[in-house]
Unconditional design. Sequence first.
Length: 190
Amino acid sequence: MIMKEGKLLIFSAPSGAGKTSIVKGVLARVPGLEFSISACSRPKRPGERDGVDYYFLSPGAFRKKIEENAFLEWEEVYPGSYYGTLLSEVERIWQQGKHVVFDVDVAGGLTIKKQFPVRSLAIFIRPPSLEVLRERLINRGTETTESLQKRLGKAEEELSYASQFDHILVNDVLEKAIDEACELVKKFVV
């Protein structure tokens, strides 16, 4: 039995905008929510666990699930490298009587919103500026010059889709952004 009132809370943003930190803050403060674990076709990294960090599938198994229409949304990020949301994950959370929280890229967020226009709240996390985003990505210490330029280029494109979301939340001060996200979520799930 799927929860009839189950809602979908979609958080999307360019890489480095603070989306994951905001999602963790919302999950910690708002009861009745559960995080949707994504599926991917990449190998597990050290310390990652199947069914906790991701559902790890081989590229062939991922493609088979695509053919079976088992995904709410999916994307081939790089050739042979797939990420997506299994419909069974949404059903699992709704069966627990909880609302689903997604931490997905901009394309995935818009795909989910189109499929559930009334039952979903799509929040776009925006950095205060591209320069601040650049500084955040550099401070992570994980980017090469080439990957930084690629992420910033993708961020500029993703920012152009912000107006298609229900709400744009500027993450200037993290605690303030978490507070604002919590209020938006609470109003929507009541």
